[in-house]
Design a protein around this ligand. Structure first.
Ligand code: F0G
Length: 415
């Protein structure tokens, strides 16, 4: 018997037996280690869902690796709210520019460049402008962004400026900006990249694909914050495409296919969620049932009174058996804080409207017990540090830079 497994004599025997070029212990070990295979580098949602998007084989794709965001199960909050519900958050703040807008922007800018456009334009409450600026930079074209003066979160403004967009502040809100953008685009060679650009919703529908893939089915309810109403529409399109066996009668909420959907079927998923849209109480045209002229909310991202996807969003909600409702600013901020403190997830105020509303509807029984719920967290909390700091009640302790002072501060603040 050899003294050890790799004793020289035994090695020789093994070598002959296995016909392996065994030269030393190490090579014997490595040759028997199963080969590791690594997943291919993720290169963005257009590559991943190419056959479900209006993309040609030779289209130059403008991507920053958007999509593929985590679907995080809420452990503490779901346990506390009870009713045996499963709540997941789709953390869209982890996209390249820290909001869901990147999903639509990769498509809109890719198609704009394909069509020969040298410039894009949008009105924005902040996130669309940040995303447009980044993708324009990547593509080597110009972005013009119209933003409401004084009503956009600092992080978003910083992004638009850093990415080299032409930032135009207007003394008016998003709705006024949107009207101007539509007028300007009729006279200037610029492509609008707001969600009235149908390619935006095509990109954004992929969030629904990812959720279905992660859960193995669609959730029972999908809750989103609603502003311009493109995102709730896009999600519904995605769910419908994955749920439909054929391209007929997929949904009336899609502007793209004009009747027959080329991207439906194949996913083997039969169910679709109820779509539930939450607006800020001071900016809730869907709840009021009419447009409003002076929207106000701390959640500046959804400070919108004239949503552009009005009809489609209504269709998404009605086809799905869902509803619109509103949350007060206090409810929104409380949900933002709760998520940050209890689950370690930092989203911007507008995003938290989805969770604020969902929790209220679970408690009241409007969302049935034992349901699965997905809430979209549309943007990262770092977008709006001012609002976060303003509402943080825990004091920042200032002490001398000495051991005893730090020790005291810790002991005095033990939980
Ligand atoms: N959440 C955030 C963080 C947003 O930035 C927006 C929209 C929404 C929710 C609402 O999505 O418009 O599709 O209903 N922001 C746009 C912008 C209007 O200009 O960045 P929606």
């Amino acid at each position: 018997m050899p003294e050890g497994l790799f004793a020289p004599l035994f090695q020789e025997q093994l070598k002959t037996h296995l016909q392996l070029p065994v030269t030393n212990h190490q090579s014997l070990i490595t040759s028997h280690r199963p080969t590791m295979s690594f997943p291919r580098r993720y290169t963005g949602l257009i590559e991943k869902y190419r056959d479900r998007l209006p993309i040609h084989d030779d289209t130059r794709v403008i991507s920053l690796g958007e999509g593929n965001t985590p679907l995080v199960r809420l452990n503490n909050i779901a346990r506390d709210v009870g009713h045996d519900v499963d709540i997941y958050v789709k953390y869209e703040g982890l996209n390249p520019t820290a909001s869901f807008k990147d999903r639509g922007m990769t498509m809109a800018v890719t198609k704009a460049v394909e069509d020969g456009s040298q410039a894009i334009i949008c009105a924005s409450t902040g996130n669309t402008s940040a995303s447009a600026a980044a993708y324009a930079g990547r593509a080597g074209i110009t972005a013009y962004v119209l933003i409401p003066e004084g009503k956009i979160a600092m992080g978003k403004l910083a992004q638009a400026m850093m990415h080299g967009a032409v930032v135009i502040q207007i003394e008016g809100n998003f709705d006024v900006g949107m009207k101007l953008v539509k007028e300007v685009a009729e006279h200037a060679p610029v492509t609008i990249v707001n969600s009235i650009n149908p390619y935006r919703l095509q990109g954004q529908k992929t969030a629904a694909f990812e959720i279905v893939e992660a859960l193995g089915r669609a959730p029972d309810y999908h809750c989103l914050p609603v502003g311009n109403a493109g995102n709730i529409t896009a999600h519904w399109i995605g769910y419908c495409e994955y749920a439909s066996a054929s391209g007929d009668h997929v949904t009336g909420a899609c502007a793209f296919c004009k009747g027959h959907c080329a991207y439906a079927g194949g996913a083997g998923v039969g169910n679709r969620p109820r779509m539930v849209g939450f607006q800020a109480a001071g900016a809730a045209p869907f709840v009021r049932g009419e447009m409003i002229d002076h929207p106000e909310t701390v959640a500046t991202a959804i400070r919108i009174g004239h949503p552009q996807s009005w009809d489609y969003a209504w269709m998404a909600v009605e086809e799905s058996g869902g509803w619109f409702d509103k949350c007060t600013d206090e409810e929104i901020l409380a949900a933002q804080k709760l998520l940050a403190e209890r689950e370690g997830i930092f989203c911007e105020p507008a995003s938290a409207a989805s969770l604020a509303g969902a929790l209220r509807d679970v408690r009241s029984g409007k969302i049935s017990a034992s349901s699965s719920i997905v809430c979209t967290l549309t943007g990262h909390g770092l977008k709006d540090p001012d609002t976060a700091i303003k509402q943080s009640t825990a004091p920042v302790l200032k002490v001398d830079a000495e051991l005893e002072a730090v020790r005291r501060a810790i002991l005095d603040n033990m939980a």
